[in-house]
Design a protein around this ligand. Structure first.
Ligand SMILES: NC(=O)c1ccc[n+]([C@@H]2O[C@H](COP(=O)([O-])OP(=O)(O)OC[C@H]3O[C@@H](n4cnc5c(N)ncnc54)[C@H](OP(=O)(O)O)[C@@H]3O)[C@@H](O)[C@H]2O)c1
Length: 297
């Protein structure tokens, strides 16, 4: 890849940077930029990585990775546009920001790849979906795939599917955390010590995910294998169906899919509509104009 500049050293920027530095560097070098000097000093101390301004980093970079919030990305694109090397690849991790909107702010013909990562990238178990813009060739896509592989799995999807990807894997960890939280609370309600309820739940989620991956079986098959007629699982599943949990998931993910369209806009321009989705507990999951999924108590 050559010189890789990571612009935006927040949660996702650091996850990516640390994965890149731990991975097979194959002669690549890295530089990081952020508007916060204290953050750059922290990353320099932690990883020994060179820090620079957005413009300085862009000037030397073969790959410029934009890891700022969607509302900041156009200002960054405008600031670095004149500094880009002629063949530089721009990779954007900003949710809901199209390649076309970035291409329009960069020199004509600039290759832009859009990526939707997720937070398990922090533990090298991320799921990223990459989509090439209008000026990308196979090598640009391969570079973006190589970049994101350092923090997990990567798939290529058409850009038209990116909002759905955001709803499934981009926001997905939050749904799992929510489910885990509910199971732990249920365990405590059934009389288990919290620590034990937590351990039982975490290992169950980890084991079930591993089983799905390693057997390659459809979840329905795995579920039916452990659901004996009139047994405990059947009783529990009946309650979940009665409370329309499946329907709630469909509605919640649809709300998340619809949300990224507005995420590149300043907050004041996002309409303040709120729609409630029925959910079986004292908690309520609501779709709000301020985020893909919000949970209220
Ligand atoms: N975290 C996730 O789970 C996740 C998942 C999928 C996609 N993403 C995408 O990843 C991107 C980054 O998210 P994040 O959670 O890492 O955000 P974050 O923690 O807020 O990091 C963004 C960093 O960029 C800095 N920044 C803002 N404006 C800048 C500018 N003009 N020049 C240089 N640096 C600037 C911010 O500084 P200040 O804090 O001072 O503003 C902050 O340090 C977003 O576009 C998001 O859509 C994140």
């Amino acid at each position: 890849m050559g010189v890789v500049a990571v612009i935006g050293a927040g949660v996702m920027g650091e996850a990516l940077l640390s994965g890149l530095l731990r991975g097979d560097r194959m002669g690549d070098t890295f530089v990081v930029a952020d508007k916060r000097q204290d953050r750059l000093a922290e990353l320099h101390d932690r990883y020994g990585v060179e820090a620079a301004t957005n413009e300085e980093a862009t000037r030397v970079a073969d790959v410029v990775v934009l890891v700022v919030k969607p509302q900041d990305i156009f200002a960054v694109a405008d600031a670095i546009s004149a500094e880009l090397k002629p063949d530089a690849l721009v990779v954007s991790l900003a949710a809901g920001v199209t390649t076309a909107s970035l291409e329009a702010r960069l020199p004509v013909g600039t290759p832009v790849v859009r990526v939707m990562p997720n937070t398990p990238a922090l533990v090298d178990q991320g799921m990223s979906a990459v989509s090439p813009g209008a000026h990308c060739d196979a090598e640009h896509v391969a570079m973006a795939v190589r970049l994101m592989t350092c923090v997990g799995k990567v798939v290529e999807v058409p850009e038209t599917q990116q909002d759905a990807v955001t709803a499934i894997s981009g926001s997905g960890p939050a749904y799992i955390f929510y489910t885990v939280e509910a199971m732990i609370e249920a365990g405590v309600g059934l009389g288990l010590p919290r620590r034990l309820a937590t351990e039982l739940t975490l290992q169950t989620v980890y084991g079930a995910a591993t089983m799905l991956r390693e057997t390659g079986e459809h979840p329905v098959v795995l579920r039916e294998n452990v659901t004996s007629p009139a047994g405990t699982m059947a009783a529990a599943l009946r309650i979940l169906e009665d409370h329309k949990v499946r329907a709630a998931f469909l509605a919640a993910l649809e709300a998340a899919r619809n949300r990224p369209v507005a995420s590149g806009l300043p907050a004041t321009r996002i309409p303040q509509r709120r729609r409630e989705i029925s959910f079986p507990s004292s908690h309520r999951m609501t779709s709000t104009s301020a985020g893909t999924a919000a949970i209220s108590h």
